[in-house]
Design a protein around this ligand. Sequence first.
Ligand SMILES: Nc1ncnc2c1ncn2[C@@H]1O[C@H](COP(=O)(O)OP(=O)(O)OP(=O)(O)O)[C@@H](O)[C@H]1O
Length: 286
Amino acid sequence: MNALTEHPQTSRLTAAAPSPLLDVDGVSLEYRTRERIVQATHQVSFAVDPADRFILLGPSGCGKSTLLKAVAGFLSPQEGEIRLAGQRIDGPGADRIVVFQEFDQLLPWKTVKQNVMFPLLASRSVGKAEAEERARLYLDKVGLSDFVDAYPHTLSGGMKARVAIARALAMQPKILLMDEPFAALDALTRRKMQEELLELWEDVKFTLLFVTHSIEEALIVGNRILLLSSHPGRVRAEINSAQFDMHSSGSVTFQSTAQRIHRLLFNEQAPDVVADHDFHAVRLSY
Ligand SMILES: Nc1ncnc2c1ncn2[C@@H]1O[C@H](COP(=O)(O)OP(=O)(O)OP(=O)(O)O)[C@@H](O)[C@H]1O
């Protein structure tokens, strides 16, 4: 292992991936209010490969949600470029679907099935029969086949989360974008949802970009984690976390990795960003 002398501005993984699905290339993002300009990220680069569960992890205000919004096409970079399958992103598109933590984004006057069908029909992606078929398929995958005709107000928080995930996956996006999707749930339900998300990924193998500020959630859900420094967000390190899952959270390796991430995130002076050349030669890892 070699110590890196400088905090990396970009993830080294970027250089390793010849044709990533998502390529975030030197992206600086800012908000312009009447009084001032807020710089949210500074020259952030990373690359997401197909079927990655890629996590953006960092302290509050480091620009994780802003990056996700830019990938969704709601914000344009002041500097740099974001490409999906080689095409520059210049606005929202059905190839990127966002799941937020507010599950009340479900339409209360529509049933569960109608909620899942709605974006498919509104975007004219498919006809009614295909939309219904997809709704049933993905509701079945999230364990809600008995609730297709239920209304959102009759569902628990976890069930609403499942509907939101089914609705997003039914669109068959190139990448699923999740912004702290389980943050509003109680601890037990949150854990169950993490487990179900991983099971769903085993089944569908979708590509996921997932924002969290929970180190434990990042290690459980992700196979790769990008650590961002505090405001404005810059790339601090990238970690290979593929070896961890629901069952590893009590292990010594899991706990020591979590502690090390904590030090990296909250002690900006920590000199322990490392490159693990055993892992595909260039990936930053522990
Ligand atoms: N609409 C906005 N107008 C002005 N500044 C904003 C706006 N939204 C976010 N910011 C600022 O941009 C920076 C990044 O915010 P962002 O929400 O992306 O951070 P985050 O890492 O997702 O934080 P958290 O974990 O707390 O959600 C912060 O300084 C925030 O105050």
